[in-house]
Design a protein around this ligand. Structure first.
Ligand code: AMP
Ligand code: MG
Length: 414
């Protein structure tokens, strides 16, 4: 028996960040940048107005007030998109829209709300200070600035910045392509009602969804029979399109445990008992010329999901160039009593909730490794250390979130 950490270390020590590819900016969404990006341009690219109003010389309005407003001639109208080089002489104003270039010489914008909105002449009832309502060229980004580092995940906000500095294509770490293979003679395709002795391939869909939820690309291969030759030919052909392969079933001690039987003899595959519950039988290694990482997970659904979270997800994050600290354990107070096996890390399926004073964790349904309902109701795994054999209501437990934690939030604060 090996520990969870030993098995995970072997995996993390084997997988590598994928080689970079070039993608158009929008296709790179969810990928991690594989280059530093330096801006050739300044942002804003030109000094422009932050408000709809009038571009002025601030000195001209120094004495303006409600009781003694100042009137200036309006000599031009500047809309966003104007590309004329304009100059504003002292004692004049120009009507200007948000984002429009400031005329040369003007040093402030008076907001339209503080004027009479005039077209030929404008009457201003407040003073403005130099720079007021003006966005200076280069204040956000200076030409030559390093704006984004290798390793940054490209979400909507990062894509906006890259687009603004003129990037068209970027070098990124691609999303890992993951082949999901379910094995077992009892398995039938989802969408059919199982007859006696049949089991729907829920793992195949669950792991496909889990891969997608991690922003990786999943290829689901349906139910593969417990037959050595069939399984071997399926895995050989799937290696061609895979950055990683995840199988379920066929790795325990039974007579029809084909995955283990076939793969024990190939590549660097190793099959171990890992001191965890659920998910004890695990296999991992690399196969084929391209040394594709292959994870063979146990068939019971809760075991498969826990194994995915604990071993596969960290590996996929690493391959995608993403940081491991994307996942944080949350400390919660247990609301139930339960037992845990001696000498094994338990991953209990719990519902994690958050109230004003902190988090609580409650056991979610039946804890058998076959039980799907509790698994579906759970939003976290409580990680109970190997030396703990019982949890009592009130104990602190560390939880690995699986999804959003319900929380009462107000946009108004407190
Ligand atoms: P195994 O790991 O092949 O011994 O399977 C352990 C248990 O998990 C058995 O009860 C299987 O029927 C079940 N099982 C295996 N594969 C799947 C799957 N793809 N979907 C749902 N249940 C499965
Ligand atoms: Mg089986």
């Amino acid at each position: 028996m090996i520990t969870v950490d030993e098995h995970l270390s072997r995996i993390i020590g084997t997988v590598r960040r994928l080689p970079p590819i070039d993608l158009s900016l929008i296709d790179a969404q969810g990928c991690v940048l594989a280059q530093d990006v330096t801006s050739e341009v300044a942002l804003p690219g030109f000094t422009n107005s932050a408000m709809d109003g009038y571009a002025v010389h601030a000195a001209d309005l120094a004495a303006a007030s409600e009781t003694a407003p100042v009137t200036l001639p309006v000599v031009h109208d500047i809309a966003a998109g104007n590309t004329q080089a304009l100059s504003l002489a002292p004692g004049q104003s120009m009507r200007i829209m948000t984002g429009a270039p400031m005329p040369h010489g003007a040093d402030a914008v008076i907001q339209v709300e503080h004027t009479d909105g005039g077209m030929a002449r404008v009457t201003c009832s407040v003073p403005v200070s130099v720079g007021e309502n003006v966005r200076q060229a280069g204040a956000d980004v200076a030409a030559g600035d390093l704006v984004m580092r290798d390793g940054t995940r490209l979400e909507a906000r990062q894509i906006a910045l890259l687009a603004a500095v003129g990037a068209g294509r970027v070098s990124v770490t691609p999303k890992p392509r993951v082949v999901v293979i379910s094995t077992g003679d009892e398995l039938i395709e989802p969408g059919t009602v199982p007859r006696f002795g049949q089991v729907v391939d829920s793992n195949g869909l669950m792991l496909t969804a889990a891969v997608r939820a991690l922003d990786c690309i999943a290829f689901r291969v349906g139910c593969v029979r417990d037959d050595a030759r069939t399984f071997l030919s399926v895995i050989e052909s799937q290696l061609l399109r895979a950055d990683a392969v995840v199988t379920t079933g066929g790795v325990s001690m039974g007579s029809y445990d084909t995955v283990k039987e076939v793969l024990s003899r190939v590549g660097t595959m190793r099959f171990d008992k890992v001191a965890m519950q659920p998910g004890m039988p695990q296999g991992f290694g690399v196969l084929g010329e391209d040394e594709v990482p292959v994870f063979t997970l146990p068939g019971n659904p809760a075991s498969a999901l826990v194994s995915f979270e604990v071993f596969v997800a960290p590996a996929l994050r690493l391959m995608a160039g993403r940081p491991q600290h994307e996942v944080r354990l949350v400390t919660a107070v247990a609301t139930d009593d339960w037992t845990a096996p001696a000498g094994k890390v338990q991953f209990a399926r719990v519902t994690l909730s958050c109230n004003g004073s902190g988090h609580t964790a409650s056991i979610a349904g039946l804890q058998g490794s076959h039980a799907l309902r509790g698994l579906s109701e759970a939003n976290a795994l409580a990680v109970i250390p190997a030396d703990v054999t019982s949890v009592r209501a009130g104990d602190q437990v560390r939880c690995h979130p699986l999804g959003p934690v319900v929380q009462t939030t107000s946009w108004q604060g407190s």
